[in-house]
Structure formats: C-alpha cells, structure tokens
Design a protein around this ligand. Sequence first.
Ligand SMILES: Nc1nc2c(c(=O)[nH]1)N[C@H]1C(S)=C(S)[C@@H](COP(=O)(O)O)O[C@H]1N2
Ligand SMILES: [Mo]
Length: 253
Amino acid sequence: MSGLLTRRRLIATGITAAVGASGLAAAARIAKRYGLIPPDHSGIYGVGNTLTYASQRILTANHSRAREFSRSEISTIAPVNGGPPESEEYERLGSDTFRDWRLTVDGLVARPTTFSLSELRRFPQRSQITAHACEEGWSFIAQWTGVPLSTVLDYVGIAPAARFVVLVPFDQYWDSIDMADAAHPQTLLAYGMNGTDLPADHGAPLRIRVERQLGYKSIKYLKRLTVVDSLEHVRNGLGSLSPDIGYSWYAGI
Ligand SMILES: Nc1nc2c(c(=O)[nH]1)N[C@H]1C(S)=C(S)[C@@H](COP(=O)(O)O)O[C@H]1N2
Ligand SMILES: [Mo]
C-alpha cells in the first residue's frame, strides 16, 4: 500500500513538474519575443530570473514610482555595506575633496563626456526620501540628492541601439541596469545624502540610486557609466558581479 501511494505521489509530482516546466518554457519564449531577457538567463536559476524580470517589466511598464517618505521618517542610523575602496586612485582623489574626480560616460552615446562634481551639480537637481533595502534583510530611510541619470543620458545623447548602462565603481563591484531603470524618474546619480555631501561610507563622491531594486544595485563610488547594446561581452557576460556570488542581476522590489 505504501508502495502504491509512493508511486502515485511520484506520478503526481512528475506531472506537476512537467506542467510547471512547460509553463516556464512558454513564458520564457514570450519573454524572449518581447526582448525581456535578463543577462543571467541561463544556468540553474535562469528560467526563474527570466520570469521575474519579464513579469515585473510588463507590470511596471508605466514607470511606477518607489514610495517616498517625509523628512520626519528619515532613519537616525544608516547602516553601511561596503566601505570606501582601498584603491590608491580613489584615496588620492578623496584626499583632495574629489576635485580631480571625473565621471566618464561613454559607449553608445553621441558625445562621450567626463563630468566633474561641480558640472554634475549644475544640472537640475532632484531630492527624494526613499527606503534602501539590502538583500541581507535590513533597511533604512534617507534623503538622496543628485541629478537624474536620464538628464545626463539626454545630455550625452544615447544611441537607439542602447539597451543597458554598465555601472563601474572604484572597487571590485560592478553592475548594469536596463533602459527602463535608466530612464526611471527616481534613478538618481546622487552626490548628497540627508542634506550633506555624500559621506565616504555611503559612496562618495557619487553613487547611483536604483529605487525599484534591492540595495546591491545602488552602486557606490562610481567612476564610469558605459552605454551598451548587449552585456554578453562585458566581463562575466552576466551583467553584474552578483550572479558570481549567488544573486540575480535583476533585483526588482
Ligand atoms: N561600489 C559598491 N557599491 C555598493 C556596495 C559595495 O560594496 N561597493 N554594496 C552594495 C550593497 S550590498 C548595499 S546594501 C548598498 C549599501 O549602501 P549603504 O552603505 O549606503 O547603506 O550599497 C551597494 N553598493
Ligand atoms: Mo546589500
């Protein structure tokens, strides 16, 4: 009897798995047809990553905003994950209040440009009070001030083939976002936090805020943004350091 039950259960499990797998395959085909394929689409988590990304992109096609908070809700403590880079170049630039620091914006753009901090400050400014959620389970609310990434991309003129923006900091991290996130009104190149210059621990002189994704996408200590049509030949080909350490490229919330 118990043998029969086991067998039945096995059959049932097999069917469920088969239906699930073909459903996933169909969804993956639809995702591919509409260009909703994340760079880490292969491998054991590939189908799941593709489904998450494609369904969120369909649901959030209208640039839905992350919640914004009031000043009184700003957290008194803001934890740090990943302190300032131990790079000679970074330390040298920081010792002179980042006067010689430049952000390079290149790749598929009409006018590759390097920007000093004061040049970035001359663009129309935006401030937003948002919640930062780390994948490790903690969060805090802070005010971020900077220039929308879309303003800078409009200035350099992105090519029609552009699909991703690669984010390169001074440390070993790197990541990329798609054009939906790049054009999102809350995606900010932030040089200020809670009314002061961005503190060293939180990414001085410039970090990105990608408010619709988990904290690890908000790359700190930026030095370069490169616009590309594909991530296939960028470093590990997976769009980010995260898949190397067990996290997905897309971390939408
Ligand atoms: N360059 C760089 N960016 C980074 C990190 C890092 O170590 N280096 N850590 C990430 C992670 S996991 C989180 S949760 C946030 C932390 O931001 P905070 O230190 O301002 O809280 O930055 C993200 N951006
Ligand atoms: Mo994080």
